[in-house]
Ligand binder design. Structure first.
Ligand code: HEC
Ligand code: HEC
Ligand code: HEC
Ligand code: HEC
Ligand code: HEC
Ligand code: HEC
Length: 292
């Protein structure tokens, strides 16, 4: 309520000053530089302008769009301004459409692009999202919920932007990265950690924190080359995936095994050429061997 009052006052002030301004315009004509269009600055609708509304929203962390809604209506159809966001933002949800801020391909609405507009892997907001979501190569698609709390109420979920956004995505690991593996005498209980400063992830099941895995592997989110075939289990230097934790081979794996040997026991996952033939069975939380 307070906010609405504020905007009423602001709005009336702007109209009054605009009227007053017009009255004096004859005298002050040569002082007029950038004319205001209504309540917004010139260039507000022009993407190439420094006053563009997309830049305003980014610079002021105004992503929850509450400000805009006070005048343009909570449905963004214009309210009493007569200017609907849907005039330009025609996709479903209008300016709440996930892809407006996050980019993504059909079916997904994940970066690229990042909030700051970046699209390269070396940018924190972009990173290797695309490779985690590619279900055609090494594993099934890693669901958003394995790294982020799901948005129970879409755009307006309290877990999404909130009232005081910092512009940094929250990381909350899901069940796959915490998969427990049991061995004689104990078990591995991965407690995955995201370190934003180094852009690395450590202690996750997915990247090696399991029995006979490379438990101290810490892949870098912004460097695709930081993960190789042998990174999570095997030899990260040569890329050979044959499990070699702490330099020791564990039964039933032997030093002479190559990528062309694995299929003999893991034939549902990999073929004799060393290609993953069923990504759904790789990094799925279960060791698939023989007929299972
Ligand atoms: C104080 C009320 C008010 C607020 C707050 C407000 N607007 Fe507006 N807006 C208007 C009015 C009135 C118009 C129509 C007259 C004009 O163009 O200025 C308008 C026009 C626009 C236009 C131009 C529409 C066109 O067809 O060219 C855009 C874009 C826009 N607003 C975006 C926004 C965004 C984004 C926000 C939130 C960051 C916002 N507005 C907040 C009152 C407001
Ligand atoms: C005159 C056309 C027009 C109107 C009206 C308009 N927008 Fe935009 N808006 C754009 C364009 C163009 C972009 C930049 C291109 C893009 O990102 O799709 C943009 C970008 C944005 C972005 C930034 C997305 C990002 O991450 O880069 C937000 C948020 C946004 N608009 C909100 C609104 C809201 C809220 C309204 C209504 C109050 C509104 N817009 C009305 C044209 C418009
Ligand atoms: C393997 C883990 C992982 C998965 C899976 C994942 N993300 Fe992310 N996401 C991250 C990391 C790490 C960041 C960067 C966090 C930071 O900036 O501190 C991030 C950031 C983001 C951001 C913020 C971008 C920015 O500009 O800062 C959005 C939006 C996002 N993810 C959406 C998604 C969506 C949608 C999905 C599913 C389609 C998804 N993510 C899947 C790890 C993941
Ligand atoms: C107007 C811009 C905007 C739109 C539209 C938008 N988001 Fe976001 N999103 C953000 C911002 C800003 C963040 C970072 C949140 C913060 O500052 O804490 C974010 C963060 C995220 C994250 C990372 C996890 C988190 O909550 O921090 C996911 C996942 C996400 N958005 C998914 C979506 C989905 C799905 C949609 C469509 C329903 C959507 N977003 C629409 C701005 C937007
Ligand atoms: C002689 C059969 C056999 C061959 C050949 C074989 N594995 Fe295994 N592998 C197994 C069995 C059995 C397990 C389950 C061990 C357990 O649960 O204790 C296993 C487990 C694994 C695991 C999970 C970690 C572990 O040790 O439990 C990985 C990773 C793995 N194998 C990778 C490979 C790769 C890569 C190759 C090829 C270089 C390969 N294996 C070749 C039989 C084999
Ligand atoms: C991101 C970490 C990661 C990378 C990179 C990786 N693996 Fe794995 N791999 C795992 C995990 C975790 C398991 C444990 C079983 C499971 O969850 O599927 C596994 C298990 C296996 C197994 C045993 C069968 C099974 O159950 O999946 C084979 C064979 C295998 N990997 C081969 C490969 C090959 C070949 C490559 C390189 C193309 C590779 N891996 C790269 C994480 C990885």
């Amino acid at each position: 309520m307070k906010k609405i009052n504020f905007f009423y006052i602001l709005f009336s002030f702007l109209i009054i000053s605009a009227l007053g301004y017009q009255g004096c315009s004859e005298i002050k004509d040569n002082l007029v530089t950038a004319p205001q269009i209504g309540v917004h600055p010139a260039g507000w609708s022009d993407e190439s302008s420094g006053s563009f509304h997309g830049k305003y929203i980014f610079n002021n962390k105004a992503w929850n769009l509450n400000q805009c809604k006070t005048c343009h209506g909570s449905d963004y159809r214009g309210g009493n301004t007569g200017a609907s966001c849907y005039d330009c933002h025609t996709s479903s949800g209008g300016p709440q459409n996930c892809r407006l801020c996050h980019g993504g391909n059909s079916g997904h609405s994940n970066p690229p692009k990042a909030l700051n507009g970046e699209t390269g892997v070396s940018s924190l907001g972009v990173g290797v999202h695309v490779y985690h979501l590619d279900s055609t190569k090494y594993s099934a698609q890693v669901e958003c919920s394995e790294c982020h709390t799901p948005l129970s109420e879409g755009f307006s979920s309290p877990d999404h932007i909130g009232n005081n956004p910092d512009g940094i995505a929250e990381i909350n690991f899901g069940p796959l990265s915490k998969t427990i593996t049991v061995f004689e005498g104990g078990q591995f209980e991965p407690a995955p950690v995201w370190d934003r400063n180094s852009a690395t992830c450590s202690n996750s099941y997915c990247h090696g924190n399991f029995k006979d895995g490379n438990v101290s592997a810490s892949p870098k989110w912004t460097d695709r080359e930081s993960v190789k075939c042998g990174s999570c289990h095997g030899d990260p230097v040569t890329g050979n995936p044959n499990p070699l934790p702490n330099g020791n081979f564990f039964h039933p794996h032997f030093p002479n095994f190559t990528i062309n040997t694995c299929y003999q026991c893991h034939g549902l996952v990999i073929n004799s050429a060393g290609a993953i033939i069923d990504p759904e069975k790789h990094v799925n939380g279960v060791v698939n061997f023989n007929s299972r």
